[in-house]
Write a protein that binds this ligand. Structure first.
Ligand code: NG6
Ligand code: CA
Length: 511
């Protein structure tokens, strides 16, 4: 090779190196976490639902990895969401239970969150949909008429379009970044969770104004918004109040807009659907379509949402390099406060599939949920994976994916499971802690549930909670329905698992 050629080669190499970062940045996959609310392990057709079809969700599984042992952190919403976004078990912190609608932000702003870590990696990040992690400073009362912070933007999201709490809690308004959407300053919002404010009708005083009755055992009979009574009292903000049947369409469009605006750079969307949480009042295009009442109709709406998002990616040519993660925050419940006939019309459908319990429960149906990962550029063949994996692992796995270091103290319970998420490893997590009421630990085929004096059956929601004053040990592989307590016959395993759980708890970290 003569000198001229060597110099040309050197220049070319140098040029490639200079382009390297840019070219690499383009290659980082977009990530969309589609998070359903209260969707059970058996509630979609690719996990066994027979009565209705969920073709768009099934398509994710047909082209990706479907997990049979994927877990939310907890059996309710707020702690599971805290776990995903922080990579830290929620029970390490106080006040991570189901948050009231006027709760302050419960995610500490002094630790790296999942979206903040992805911002460091060059991603534009958005939360769209249900938040339920509080807004504002602890010790102050949230004023919904001013700048609302700290909230999502203060913990790593570039854009937020959220329902602040649950669909059944006031205020029933959207918040975009720091402000309530469509708020008329002449009609300010007041919210209260301890007593009635204003003169708006309530479910208790004006049941004739309701489009669906509530279960008197569960409350939900306070201020009526959109003909549905809620938990908590609210007055004002009339022009800002949502219509339940439009929620899915509005948040889906916001996500599609965000995808379009960020199509030429990596983006992350934490898309938290309101479906299929109560009150279930999907759009008229789905109402009456499932034959299973509003709960089934809401599943159809959720599937439609997934179809709209995947279609948007397709039309922008982003499908190949977008990782879609689909999951649910906790297990299923039929009657969660509103008499919408979910229990009467469920027929022989089993929302939890083969699992025992449901939302709120320490039995498997509480936290074992559908989990599907699709990323066509990398996952070439569909597969079913039975590795033990938790949503808490998204943080470290996405950090690995985007070449970010995790600093001491951040995401202390998140394990790098990237290889498993993309189907390249069958290695299970060594153990995973889940939270119903008391904590459980899963190791290999076994699950240990900490003794608890809590009630065995939550009669109002008709769910077995899995509480027992005695330790419980189940072989969840052979005895998936958790019927045979092995704790007294296999005391050594019981002791080992109880000790491991205690050690992880007291260590403040899984690492
Ligand atoms: C419960 C509510 C239930 C639901 C749940 C939160 C009562 C009696 N029940 O306390 O309706 O809102 O909280 O659900 O108030 S979650 O999926 O957001 O965790
Ligand atoms: Ca939930």
């Amino acid at each position: 090779m003569n000198m001229k050629k060597i110099r040309m080669l050197a220049a070319a190499l140098c040029c490639t190196a200079a382009l390297g970062n840019h070219a690499y940045a383009q290659q980082k996959p977009n990530i969309i976490v589609i998070y359903a609310d209260d969707l059970g392990y058996g509630d979609i057709s690719c996990y066994g639902m027979k009565k209705i079809h969920t073709p768009n969700i099934d398509k994710l599984a047909q082209q990706g990895v479907k997990f049979t042992n994927g877990y939310a952190t907890s059996a309710t919403c707020t702690p599971s969401r805290y776990g995903i976004l922080t990579g830290r078990y929620p029970w390490r912190q106080k006040n991570t239970g189901i948050a009231p609608g006027d709760a302050p932000l419960i995610i500490p702003t002094d630790h790296k969150t999942l979206p903040a870590m992805l911002q460091d990696a060059g991603y534009k990040t958005a939360v769209i949909g249900k938040w339920h992690l509080g807004i504002g400073t602890t010790g102050t009362t949230t004023d919904w008429n001013t700048e609302l912070k700290p909230g999502p933007l203060e913990i790593g999201f570039n854009y937020a379009f959220i329902m602040p709490a649950t669909l059944d809690r006031v205020p029933c308004v959207f918040v975009e970044n720091h402000h309530v959407v469509n708020l008329d300053p002449k009609d300010p919002i007041t919210v209260n969770y301890s007593h009635k404010v204003g003169n708006d009708p309530t479910g208790k005083e004006n049941p004739e104004k309701l489009r669906m009755r509530t279960d008197p055992r569960q409350g939900h009979d306070q201020t009526i918004i959109d003909s549905i009574s809620r938990i908590g009292w609210m007055t004002g903000g009339n022009s800002a109040r949502w219509k339940d049947e439009n929620i899915a369409g509005i948040i889906t469009q916001k996500a599609i807009n965000f995808i379009g605006e960020n199509k030429s750079q990596p983006f992350f969307i934490y898309f938290a659907s309101g479906d299929i949480h109560v009150p279930r009042y999907p759009n008229s295009q789905f109402r009456g379509k499932s034959g299973m009442g509003l709960r089934g109709d809401a599943i159809l709406q959720l599937d439609w949402t997934v179809g709209q998002l995947t279609h948007a990616l397709d039309s922008l040519g982003l499908t190949q390099n977008t990782m879609i993660v689909f999951s649910s925050d906790n297990g299923p419940v039929l009657n969660d406060g509103y008499l919408d006939q979910a229990a009467e019309l469920v027929g022989n459908h089993k929302p939890a599939g083969p699992l025992r319990g449901g939302k709120y429960s320490s039995f498997e149906a509480g936290a074992r949920v559908p989990l599907i990962v699709k990323w066509p550029a990398t996952i070439k063949k569909p597969q079913v994976s039975d590795v033990l994996i938790g949503q808490i692992d998204f943080f470290a796995s996405f950090a690995k994916l985007t070449h970010q270091n995790i600093h001491d103290g951040d995401a202390p319970d998140s394990f790098d499971m990237l290889a498993q998420l993309i189907g390249k490893s069958q290695q299970s997590r060594p153990y995973l802690i889940t939270q119903g009421g008391p904590l459980s630990i899963i190791m290999g085929d076994y699950k240990y549930i900490t003794p608890s004096n809590g009630r065995k059956l939550a009669e109002d929601v008709n769910i077995e909670l899995g509480n027992d004053p005695q330790p419980q040990l189940y072989n969840i592989k052979k005895d998936i329905f958790e019927t045979k307590n092995l704790a007294t016959s296999d005391t050594s395993r019981t002791n080992i698992m109880a000790a491991k759980l205690a050690a992880v708890k007291s260590a403040n970290s899984s690492k």
